[in-house]
Design a binder for this molecule. Structure first.
Ligand code: ZN
Length: 318
């Protein structure tokens, strides 16, 4: 198991896009700045989708420009297509993720594109990235979504998943990621999927996982992924967004609980946990109607628990 784990905060993208309320730009900035100051090194700050479809993400360019001014922070975004990637590169994103739903029905329903079309899109994005000056090329990840099962098709045949992982790498992705979009994963499935996908793309081309806590298995799945050798885990502060199919369940796994688990296990995250817990106040104020999730924020830290001593991203960059 790796001893240093990268917690990649996705709340400003995955969390905010799932709720009706729109967080004002200034409050998004305050959230991102506060979380970076607590030591979070990577934040997915938004997605470049048409504002007509997702008005919550209309200010993504401005948010990326702002986030880039924070020293030591990797600014990640989601893009559905080449046009989104163009906007992401113009804004200066450090990392671009293109989702490819391994279920073709889900891909057609959500992105209105077949697998072949998404692979073509990823090839065009990789070509666009290659045209950029070498020191300005964003990292490019193809995310295999619904990889643990789809609400329309159920389980997706493994050979189909592996073929798509290979095709994303052939098209020019730097790596692939695993995404449990539907919250179907369990620890054994996580282990088997990591082994199988790494078997075709290699260890270096699969380092991260995106999990939802729909059925309460989020952290168990994280542990399985870490034991299998992954070192990057997506999560969202306060688990915001919730799960539309399962009232009471958070959407993404909760950053606060994830960081608590990692630090309790002696793993390094670079995150100041007491300071991270304070960041919730920003979301509470900005999204008064949204429930926040997480156990650690309510229970507090155990007696005798020594939070990791950390230097802020800013200090680390100096
Ligand atoms: Zn998600």
């Amino acid at each position: 198991m790796h001893t240093e784990i990268l917690v990649s905060e996705v709340g400003p993208r995955d969390g905010l896009q799932s709720i009706g309320q729109i967080m004002p730009t200034e409050q998004k900035k305050a959230w991102i700045a506060a979380e970076a100051a607590a030591g979070v090194r990577e934040i997915e700050v938004g997605s470049f989708v048409p504002p007509k479809l997702l008005p919550q993400m209309a200010d993504t360019s401005e948010i990326v420009s702002f986030a880039r001014t924070i020293p030591g922070l990797t600014v990640a975004v989601l893009v559905p297509n080449l046009r989104g990637a163009q906007a992401a590169i113009e804004a200066g994103a450090h990392k671009i993720t293109l989702p490819l739903s391994v279920s073709e029905s889900h891909s057609l329903a959500n992105l209105r594109r077949t697998h072949d079309q998404i692979i073509e899109e990823s090839r065009a994005i990789a070509a666009l990235i290659a045209e950029q000056p070498e020191d300005q090329r964003p990292h490019f990840e193809g995310s295999l979504s619904t990889v643990f099962g789809c609400t329309l098709e159920g389980a997706i045949p493994l050979p189909q998943i592996l073929r798509l992982a290979e095709r994303l790498m052939d098209a020019g992705c730097d790596e692939v990621g695993l995404s449990d979009t539907t919250g179907y994963a369990d620890p054994r499935a996580v282990r088997e999927m990591i082994k199988a996908v790494r078997g075709v793309v290699g260890e270096d081309a699969l380092t991260g996982i995106h999990l939802h806590n729909t059925r309460g298995l989020g952290l168990a799945n994280v542990l399985a992924a870490l034991e299998e050798g992954l070192n990057t885990v997506d999560s969202s502060l306060g688990g915001i967004g919730g799960c539309p199919f399962a009232p009471g369940a958070s959407g993404n796994i909760v950053t606060e609980d994830l960081v608590f688990m990692l630090q309790a296990m002696g793993l390094k995250t670079g995150i100041d946990l007491p300071r991270l817990l304070e960041v919730r106040k920003i979301i509470e104020q900005a999204l008064s109607e949204e429930p926040l999730y997480g156990f650690t924020p309510d229970a507090g830290l155990p007696l005798g628990f020594t939070p990791e001593t950390v230097t802020s991203a800013k200090e680390a960059a100096e």
